[in-house]
Design a protein around this ligand. Structure first.
Ligand code: GUN
Ligand code: ZN
Length: 443
């Protein structure tokens, strides 16, 4: 006989998305249950709806066997998805500097060198994952370093925590310090060994990770394409069109290609499962081609601001049909908080004349990110069968936010105030596969 499945009944206000609300805030795109119930069996959702509807939906024998988690008065959502983040760069978070290319040379490359030591990598990965959970983020697309041991360390730590995570070894064989350089041959052999060991193990997935076009030779980009095509469910991540000096450099390095995106297209590095950080200075043609191949962009607003790269035209991308995720891009970004990132996304939009509604912001931080990473079959909302990763938010943890919310009359107003004024202090609890893995103690 099978042992009894572990059952959990959670009571809270619940918000999740079924689709992209788009530019016009289509109300069919989300569900909100003021007095909601989430019923979890063996780590997966079996019911999400009004608490009053639970009785009819779940037989009493199953309900009675469940542990109860009472989060009434708090807001429960699918765990946040950070669609682009560099775990080794926590070491240089908030480093003063100029723009992207100097920042990479002065801070990022020296910081990434330290992860050649597997013990440093383990310690950094462990700290990073614990902090992600404290910020309510349960899935991320993560850059390691060029060292395969930095990926190994990350996956060991993510597996211990039973997380759904993507990670990959950075590929770079030119225009970088010798101590971070690989070759097309080691890019292939190291990545293939990591894929064989980790892709599809637990909830982990491998993402082929050429850093960006300037640091990979054409031969290495060829290898990246080969790895991306090696399995139908393979992921790929890189950077695209972040900074004007970077774009001019790509033009010099790849004179035969008409624009930055065509460099990646010509090596087969586009398609469902591929996501590029930034996409700030794209042409209309590049946006259309990204949409056509369903290649995603990770919108990294705190990084746009911190590195002075420009303002991602997220509404233009959305209108063109480009899948979009939201991302911290730590350490180019300044915080692991997806709440702060939503607030910055609104402000970047304002600066660039691109409106962001609260509905679309909350979508991007949850189901949008899952979709952009081609993980929406497993996470991102509470449809039956989805993995029960969720975050519980408590607005009373920030007095100004709590005060402001007394004067909010609609849910949209409340959600907007929460994303503009809220931060990691609001994360009351984080659950992974139903189990509570983080709980903050109220002040
Ligand atoms: N472009 C190439 N590498 C990086 C990186 O590490 N961070 C950011 N923001 N952009 C990059
Ligand atoms: Zn990045």
């Amino acid at each position: 006989m099978n042992p009894q499945p572990a059952r959990l009944l959670v009571r809270a206000s619940i918000l999740h998305f079924l689709a992209d609300p788009g530019e016009h805030d289509d109300p069919r795109a989300w569900q909100y249950f003021e007095d909601g119930a989430l019923f979890v069996e063996d780590g997966h959702v079996s019911f999400c709806g009004d608490f009053a509807a639970l009785e009819a939906a779940v037989p009493v024998a199953r309900r009675d066997a469940a542990r109860l988690c009472d989060y009434r008065g708090k807001l429960l959502l699918p765990g946040f998805v950070d669609s682009h983040v560099h775990y080794p760069q926590l070491r240089v978070l908030g480093s003063w500097g100029r723009q992207l290319l100097d920042w990479l040379t002065d801070y990022t490359f020296p910081a990434e060198r330290a992860l050649a030591d597997e013990n440093v990598a383990r310690e950094t990965a462990s700290f990073f994952l614990d902090r992600l959970l404290a910020h309510g983020t349960t899935t991320a697309s993560v850059y390691a370093t060029v060292h395969p041991q930095s990926v190994e360390a990350f996956f060991v730590e993510a597996d211990k925590r039973k997380l759904r995570m993507l990670c990959g070894k950075v590929l770079m064989d030119r225009n970088c310090p010798e101590f971070l350089r690989d070759t097309p041959a080691t890019a292939l052999s190291d990545s293939a060994a990591l894929i064989a060991r980790w892709h599809g193990r637990g909830r982990l997935g491998y993402t082929v990770t050429p850093r960006f076009a300037p640091t990979s030779s054409p031969e290495q980009l060829e290898v990246a394409g080969e790895l991306f095509r090696s399995r139908p469910d393979m992921h790929l991540q890189s950077h695209l069109s972040e900074n004007t000096r970077e774009i001019a450099w790509v033009r010099e390095l790849f004179p035969a290609q008409r624009d930055y995106l065509e460099v990646y297209e010509s090596f087969g590095l586009v398609g469902r499962g591929a996501i590029y950080g930034h996409g700030i200075h794209l042409s209309a043609s590049e946006r259309e081609r990204l949409a056509g191949s369903q290649t995603a962009i990770a919108f990294c607003p705190t990084s746009n601001l911190f590195l002075g790269s420009g303002w991602c035209a997220h509404a233009d991308l959305g209108r063109a049909g480009v899948p979009l995720g939201l991302a911290t891009d730590v350490g180019g970004g300044t915080s692991l908080s997806m709440l702060r990132t939503m607030g910055a996304a609104y402000e970047v939009g304002q600066a660039g004349g691109q409106t962001l509604s609260p509905w679309r912001a909350w979508y991007l931080a949850t189901l949008g990110g899952a979709h952009a990473l081609a993980l929406d079959h497993a996470i991102g909302n509470f449809l039956p069968g989805r993995e029960a990763d969720f975050v519980v938010l408590d607005s009373t943890r920030i007095p100004e936010l709590d005060f402001r919310l007394r004067y909010a009359s609609t849910l949209a107003e409340r959600l907007f105030a929460l994303m503009m004024l809220g931060d990691e202090r609001c994360v009351a609890a984080t659950h992974v596969l139903g189990e509570r893995v983080w709980e903050s103690v109220a002040a």
